[in-house]
Ligand binder design. Structure first.
Ligand SMILES: Nc1ncnc2c1ncn2[C@@H]1O[C@H](COP(=O)(O)OP(=O)(O)O)[C@@H](O)[C@H]1O
Ligand SMILES: [Mg+2]
Length: 494
């Protein structure tokens, strides 16, 4: 097909009443067709919204969903299998809650502060009694989670108990306190860092949020930190993405937050628009050239100016023109030695993000928040061949479901049909563990002590390396042994 005459997909903006709009038409300057708008009005608006998307024949729906509408939009996306949501609901998994950020990081082995999530209050009491301090306590989920307002440092178990007494946060989300130099916000488009800045806490304080009086600057962000941000963006398969990375006093990088929803200057939203136009037109529209470290130069301007700049472009590096590239001759020190800026830049291409044809984070399995204490309800769905075939990207894997009755939590497995659920009990896991050569009663009990049954199942399936981190005797073959024993057990009870 001729590149110029090919049919473009029909775009729509996903808006919600009362929610700030990240994009508008001006960010998609040059897109020749009208761009539709679909507004979600909250409260029972699902069906009307779906009908409107269908009626308008939208192929691609662009926009972030706020945390409180996330589960609703997972349902909506499922009944619109032919509509591409950008970012996908899977990419937006981390937007919903801090718990989700943590689970995402555990799955992909992304470094985060050690985190403990309790739905069982009694277990959390045991933990608070026996752990070391200081610790950080956060509200995991809420309508306006920003600015460190729901993040607390507790220096003793008494403080921790008092905090949970007054704040009633649920689940109880507790983290090791990380003494840190600063943290860095990195924004990425197509997995390329396009803006980054340091955020430093005021003297003698620990919160690095600038909304609490900290400072920010754009200079000399280490390549290795950018590399971590790229890895996280790729794991999320996100068209655009932001990460907050803590730089610990111990020199380690750890992710504090990551999301597709973040505040960005208009010129960055223009870049995202241009990138998406490129992506949706098979390269008919040009990709913007956004040199690495452009933020160091743009950051020299006053933020009141940055708020008004639009449609910024940079020239490409052309070898035939000596010095015709960004910051000619400048170099940077990296762990791999000194590198020219244009060399460094070439290591971070803007990449096409493809739509996945399965749900990576189906809510039946991952929405712990709404499922704890309730029986499972599969969300209603029209026939969706994609969903039939795959749940969680693996045809052979069942969905794990957390069900709780009378404060008692159990893990069930569903073979597509809710009536066939099976309960996994502590004694089952004990059997699984002790069936491994080299794991006896003592070791099994040590593991069972650390995790609730459903957590253990989750850790074995999703993040087995966490087990090895927890128990230094649990090395390679024992870990593989546990994974195999668990698979065997699952096959037996099917
Ligand atoms: N585990 C931790 N150790 C030390 N400081 C932390 C830790 N987690 C968060 N902080 C500090 O608290 C700030 C806010 O935490 P964050 O998780 O980003 O929540 P939010 O921005 O949603 O309020 C961070 O920017 C950082 O300065
Ligand atoms: Mg934050």
């Amino acid at each position: 097909m001729n590149k110029n005459t090919q049919k473009l997909p029909k775009l729509g903006f996903l808006y919600l009443d009362y929610v700030l709009r990240f994009f508008d038409k001006s960010n998609f300057k040059g897109w020749p067709d009208p761009i539709e708008t679909v507004v979600y009005h909250w409260k029972n608006d699902k069906k009307r919204f779906i009908d409107e998307v269908k009626r308008k024949k939208i192929d691609i729906l662009i926009g972030n969903v706020p945390a409180t509408a996330y589960e609703t939009f997972r349902e909506i996306a499922r009944v619109l299998p032919n509509v591409r949501f950008v970012p996908s609901l899977d990419s937006q998994f981390s937007n919903k809650s801090k718990e989700n950020v943590t689970r995402f990081a555990w799955k992909y082995d992304i470094p985060v502060p050690k985190t403990y999530i309790y739905y069982d209050v009694n277990k959390s009491v045991q933990f608070i009694e026996s752990t070391t301090y200081p610790k950080i306590v956060k509200r995991s989920y809420g309508p306006s989670n920003y600015g460190g307002y729901f993040v607390h440092k507790v220096d003793s178990k008494e403080e921790a108990f008092e905090l949970f007494e007054t704040k009633k946060y649920y689940p109880r989300y507790i983290q090791d306190f990380i003494p840190m130099e600063a943290d860095v916000r990195v924004m990425l488009i197509g997995h390329k860092p396009v803006c980054a800045f340091w955020r430093r806490a005021p003297e003698g304080e620990w919160l690095t949020n600038t909304s609490q009086g900290g400072s920010m600057d754009y200079m000399n962000i280490p390549k290795e930190l950018l590399d971590l941000a790229v890895r996280v963006s790729k794991a999320a398969n996100a068209e655009y993405w932001a990460c907050d990375i803590a730089v610990g006093r111990d020199g380690e990088y750890r992710i504090l937050e990551c999301a597709t929803a973040f505040a960005a200057f208009p010129y960055i939203r223009d870049w995202i628009g241009q990138y998406l136009m490129w992506l949706f037109s098979n390269g008919h529209f040009e990709l913007p050239h956004i040199p690495l470290f452009n933020w160091e130069e743009l950051g020299k301007m006053d933020s009141s100016i940055l708020r008004t700049l639009r449609y910024i472009t940079f020239g490409h590096y052309t070898p035939s023109f000596d010095g015709a590239h960004f910051l000619d001759g400048e170099t940077r020190m990296t762990d791999e030695g000194e590198m020219y800026l244009h060399e460094l830049d070439s290591l971070y291409p803007i990449l096409a993000v493809e739509m996945k044809n399965f749900e990576e984070w189906p809510s039946e399995k991952w929405n712990f928040q709404d499922h704890y204490g309730k029986s499972i309800k599969i969300v209603e769905s029209e026939y969706n061949p994609m969903y039939d075939k795959k749940i969680d990207g693996d045809e052979t894997q069942e969905a794990t479901q957390i069900v709780a009755t009378d404060d008692e939590i159990k893990t069930t497995f569903i073979d597509g049909d809710i009536s066939k659920k099976k309960l996994i009990e502590t004694k089952d896991m004990h059997k699984v563990l002790t069936s491994v050569h080299g794991i006896g009663k003592k070791k099994s009990e040590a593991i069972m002590q650390k995790y609730e049954t459903h957590e253990l199942v989750e850790v074995i399936e999703m993040a087995p390396r966490k087990l090895a981190e927890e128990f230094n005797w649990l090395k390679g073959s024992l870990l593989d042994g546990i994974k195999n024993a668990w698979e065997n057990f699952k096959n037996k009870i099917k």
